[in-house]
Design a protein around this ligand. Structure first.
Ligand SMILES: *Cc1c(COP(=O)(O)O)cnc(C)c1O
Length: 400
């Protein structure tokens, strides 16, 4: 639904908006917390007259409340919620027509890559993948029919950044900029304020924050874009149910608290890994050694909870480490309160060809951590144990 009305003042702080935007008391009962309106249909006072709701695919009060909350978190006016992050990605691409062209960050989320290359391509929509950390190279790929620039920053799993503000400043006329802000979350990065036109989220990750609900959202300040996305939302019907909306809304209230804790733990883990001599590379925008650390400081208000690293000793050692942790669970996904470890080459990015992975530098010995908000001493001890339990073979060989 279009929900430009009634969200609380954008001048309020992030957590105040997270807790109060869209959360007006129930007009019928005064319930302080938005009820789960588990209903498909709404009884009308008269033919052609509604109280704002007629059928839950089109609009549902619990979903509308969450949409107002999510819009407020991004400093946006309009939000449409979807049944998954991928449904939200598809919602944003509903702005395209046959013959249009997309420029996209090379290392975008695998599901988005798959949608662009195997589905949109059949509808006559072309995509060019570029290194969006270079604004000039990015816009050099523009064609007369380029309609979207699709950005992910930081990227997955190697935490590469692109400068949203510079890309927006140099954009050719008629190109819309979409930022998938899932990795950073609206607490750490506000793409609309930096010049993006549309923000897309998998709310499954940091916004929901508890790994218990799948969802997505498209947020914008542009009424025409919002109307078209809302049209697609109702037309295709990939909507979240009221319980999913309720869980996401409940999770999002603590996003500020959680992101501070994720960032603090992420920094500690990255520094711990960086000082170990059995670790070859650590990827984390909060490390001074990250090639875009200065950009990260400018563009983000914290560095988040995703840390990737390459232990020394090759793919076999990496595999052994990934299965040796006891606090970090071996699982895909990210952004929940619990810590996860995964092997991108074998798990999240397994659908890419070996050649595509090589181009993106997603080697078999790379590990990705989604650092949760447990006690950081436990996380450090767990990783330390896992690393120590799998000695670096090369070093053993040299020693003997
Ligand atoms: C997970 C994810 C998606 C897809 O979201 P789902 O909720 O799994 O459909 C899209 N973009 C990014 C960056 C993601 O991490």
């Amino acid at each position: 639904m279009l929900n430009g009305k009634s969200h609380r003042s954008p001048a309020l702080g992030f957590s105040t908006r997270a807790i109060w935007s869209g959360q007006d008391p129930c007009p019928a009962t005064g319930a302080t917390i938005v009820p789960v309106y588990q209903t498909a249909t709404f009884t009308l006072p008269d033919i052609g007259v509604t109280k704002g709701f007629d059928y839950s695919r089109t609009v549902n009060p619990t979903r509308s409340a969450m949409e107002r909350q999510l819009a407020a978190l991004e400093g946006g006016t309009f939000a449409s919620a979807f049944a998954s992050g991928m449904a939200a990605v598809a919602g944003a691409t509903s702005l395209l027509s046959c013959g249009d062209h997309i420029i996209a960050t090379r290392d975008i989320y695998g599901g988005t890559h798959r949608l662009f290359t195997t589905v949109l391509s059949r509808y006559g929509i072309d995509v060019t993948f570029v290194d969006t950390s270079d604004a000039r190279e990015t816009w050099a790929a523009a064609r007369p029919n380029t309609r979207l620039l699709w950005l992910e920053t930081p990227s997955n799993p190697l935490l590469r950044l692109c400068d949203i503000e510079a890309l927006a400043r140099l954009r050719p006329a008629g190109v819309l900029i979409v930022a998938d802000n899932t990795f950073a979350s609206p607490f750490l990065q506000q793409p609309l304020a930096l010049g993006a036109d549309i923000v897309v989220h998998s709310t499954t990750k940091y916004i929901g924050g508890h790994s218990d609900v799948v969802g997505g959202a498209v947020i914008t300040n542009d009424r025409e874009i919002a109307e078209q996305v809302a049209y697609h939302q109702n037309c295709v019907g990939a909507i979240p149910g009221p319980w999913d909306a309720y869980l996401t809304m409940r999770g999002a209230k603590t996003l500020g608290l959680r992101m501070r804790a994720h960032s603090k733990n992420g920094q500690a883990i990255a520094e711990f890994l960086a000082q170990r001599d059995d670790v070859a590379d650590v990827f984390y925008p909060g490390l001074a050694t990250h090639p875009q650390h200065e950009l990260a400081k400018r563009q983000m208000s914290g560095f988040g909870g995703i840390v990737s690293f390459r232990p020394k000793g090759g793919a076999e050692r990496a595999r052994a480490i990934a299965t040796a942790t006891s606090v970090f669970a071996l699982a895909v996904s990210l952004g929940g309160v619990e810590s996860l470890i995964c092997s991108p080459a074998r798990m999240t990015h397994a659908s890419l060809t070996p050649q595509q992975r090589a181009e993106l530098d997603i080697t078999d010995d790379l590990l990705r951590l989604s650092v949760g908000i447990e006690d950081v001493e436990d996380l450090v001890a767990d990783l330390g144990c896992a690393l120590n339990s799998v000695p670096e073979l090369a070093r053993l060989r040299t020693a003997s």
